[in-house]
Design a protein around this ligand. Structure first.
Ligand code: NXA
Ligand code: ZN
Length: 615
């Protein structure tokens, strides 16, 4: 092996240039497929995937020839520690092709899945009730004169958000899983086998251990478990309050007062955030509510105007504006003439100039927050663009998911919404505070168990603790035990409900969002301090604080050049280098007190035997 560090540094220099070019070509092909799902674009992308993997394997062979562990320069050692993990390219070519082909087929199934209109399948019993069993009697929709025309975005997303008919919601919930999850069950099982084979070729025990290595600390799994245990009591308080409000709305025959909440009633296809049932659950109706969807529409906001509004928040902090190409090449609305992968995503084309967002934007408050989220990814990409190629990544995946959300925490405050003209008279009353904190909790606290359980389930599938014999049942054990939600219709091992959530067919790890929802409040607390904020954390708005912007720039510019624990030290001026739930608990402190008093007399938590499916 080659012990010459100077030669190693020369190799790294060449790799840096070549990798940027290869990456750019791959991203272009991937973009073309994601913004125009055709067989031709699929084939081109698969070809580029193979070229990229061949390049990666060639460089890996060169890198492993160096005795890099004894090199003196820490950043050189760090670069080699990343370069010497080959990833899926370690698979034999035929298996690599099978793996990438399966991934694309699953992603395509999800992205083009459609269902029939509810009324097209309506079957009424003589009593007039909905004949639920007749709903799916015909496997082939056409047999009952129904053409699947409704895609997830925007149709099903909006229907799940706005319908208040339990029968219709139950139909939408089930039909989506029939169309998107069930068809990919076998493909996913084969995909897991190949993913594990690749992980083992890289020296990991399974794909889950490979995914967790991104966090660079031993005991990451235990750390996540510990964080969830500290956050679960607050979630249970929110769960109990929301359940009581849903009982009021739908009655106990639909919602068990002391049991889990049926998953179709929470305003979201996966019950992962509950902001769309704010109107049913808001603590003080008639007082200020931060859902500015109507204001956005009345004021004629377009998706472009939403993007400009988000950009202005970043530049108000002294951070980077979106580059010219961003505005020319992004896809910020769903095209009407072709199939696209609608799930929002941010793209770095690896040349320091070309950055894009792909988002099927609707004019809603939820999408305004998503716009900040996706633009946060681009901001992070821009801030580390001068790092070597290998370090152009988030300090950990959770950091990348947190950036945009941190700014949205300020941008969502009643005061800020008022300052940009989206909210009318905002009073400083206690009720307005509670309404605001409650709306934020429907997003941030409701999400925590889902963000936690998604990869608990997948890590167990990768490790073999969960197999095809309990694949779907284990999912519902976790959904019931951790999140306190139940399926509105019976589930079996014929179904594959996790497959109906984008990140499973698209193979995007998910614990990053759980990490993000914790760490974004650590960022918020430190940036608010830098901005000189005084008073409760939930009222902080860092808008126009150049000091907060400078601190954020200092942390994010590091990219992945330093372990994320060091980035946290920079953020907190050395106070901590660990994930910490104190800031999120401080932020929601006033709401927790309020919930505990409101929930007196309610069962906190749920009796799992009530997971029986209520017709
Ligand atoms: C929380 C996660 N966000 C994202 O994919 O950008 C989701 O939508 O499920
Ligand atoms: Zn994201």
């Amino acid at each position: 092996t080659n012990t010459n560090e100077a030669e190693a540094i020369d190799f790294l220099g060449r790799y840096d240039r070549e990798a940027g070019q290869m990456c750019n070509k791959f991203m272009e092909a991937s973009w073309n497929y994601n913004t125009n799902v055709t067989d031709f674009n699929k084939r081109v992308m698969l070809q580029q995937q193979m070229i990229w993997s061949d390049f990666h394997r060639t460089k890996w062979n060169e890198a492993t020839n160096f005795a890099w562990k004894n090199f003196t320069t820490p950043t050189v050692r760090r670069m080699f520690s990343f370069l010497t993990v080959l990833g899926k390219a370690a698979l034999p070519r035929d298996k690599l092709k099978e793996l990438t082909g399966l991934l694309q087929e699953m992603k395509t199934t999800y992205s083009v899945a459609k269902i029939c209109r509810y009324d097209a399948r309506l079957r009424r019993l003589p009593s007039g009730d909905y004949d639920y069993d007749a709903e799916f009697e015909a496997d082939d929709d056409n047999q009952i004169g129904c053409i699947p025309t409704l895609p997830l975005e925007p149709h099903l997303t909006q229907m799940m958000a706005n319908s208040r008919d339990p029968d219709e919601l139950r139909y939408l919930w089930r039909a989506w899983r029939e169309a998107a999850g069930k068809p990919i069950r076998q493909k996913y099982l084969r995909f897991v086998e190949l993913s594990n084979e690749a992980a083992r070729l890289n020296g990991f025990s399974d794909a889950g251990e490979y995914w967790r290595s991104d966090y660079e600390i031993d005991g990451f799994r235990e750390e996540v478990e510990e964080l969830w245990q500290k956050l679960s009591p607050l979630y249970q308080q929110l769960h109990a309050y929301v359940r009581a409000k849903l009982v009021e709305k739908y009655g106990e025959e639909v919602v068990p007062r002391r049991g889990p909440i049926p998953a179709h009633l929470l305003g979201n296809m996966w019950a992962q955030t509950w902001t769309n049932v704010l109107d049913i659950t808001i603590p003080y109706p008639g007082r200020t509510s931060v859902d500015v969807t109507n204001a956005l529409r009345i004021q004629g906001y377009s998706p472009l105007a939403m993007f400009r509004l988000a950009e202005e928040f970043f530049t108000s902090l002294g951070l980077e504006p979106m580059p010219q190409t961003f505005w020319q090449r992004s896809m910020i609305q769903k095209p009407t003439d072709r199939e696209v992968v609608c799930h929002a995503s941010a793209w770095d084309f690896c040349n320091g100039r070309d950055y894009r967002i792909k988002q099927c934007t609707e004019v809603t408050m939820e999408h305004l927050v998503t716009t900040h989220h996706e633009m946060g990814h681009i901001q992070y990409d821009l801030l580390y663009r001068n790092q070597p190629f290998i370090f152009r990544d988030g300090a950990n995946p959770g950091f990348h998911e947190a950036v945009g959300d941190v700014l949205a925490l300020s941008a969502s405050t009643p005061r800020h919404l008022q300052s940009v003209g989206l909210l009318g008279n905002v009073d400083d009353s206690y009720e307005t505070d509670i309404n605001f904190l409650f709306a934020m909790a429907l997003d941030k606290i409701a999400f925590l168990p889902f963000g936690y359980l998604m990869d608990q389930w997948r890590w167990e599938v990768f490790s073999g603790d969960t197999t095809s014999s309990n694949l779907n049942n284990r999912w519902w054990e976790l959904r019931l035990g951790v999140q306190g939600v139940s399926p509105p219709v019976p589930r079996t091992e014929e179904d594959f409900d996790p497959g109906a959530k984008f990140h499973v067919p698209a193979n995007v790890p998910y614990v990053r969002y759980f990490v993000s929802f914790v760490v974004q409040f650590q960022f918020h607390a430190e940036l608010c301090k830098a901005a000189g904020h005084e008073g409760p954390l939930h009222r902080c708005d860092i808008y126009r604080s150049v000091k907060a912007g400078r601190l954020l720039r200092n942390v994010l510019s590091l990219g992945k050049s330093r372990p994320w624990t060091e980035a946290l030290s920079v953020l907190t001026s050395g106070r901590t280098n660990k994930l910490d739930v104190e800031p999120i608990l401080e932020y929601f402190g006033p709401l927790r007190t309020w919930l505990e008093s409101q929930n007196r007399g309610e069962l906190i938590g749920w009796r799992e035997n009530e997971a029986i499916v209520l017709q």
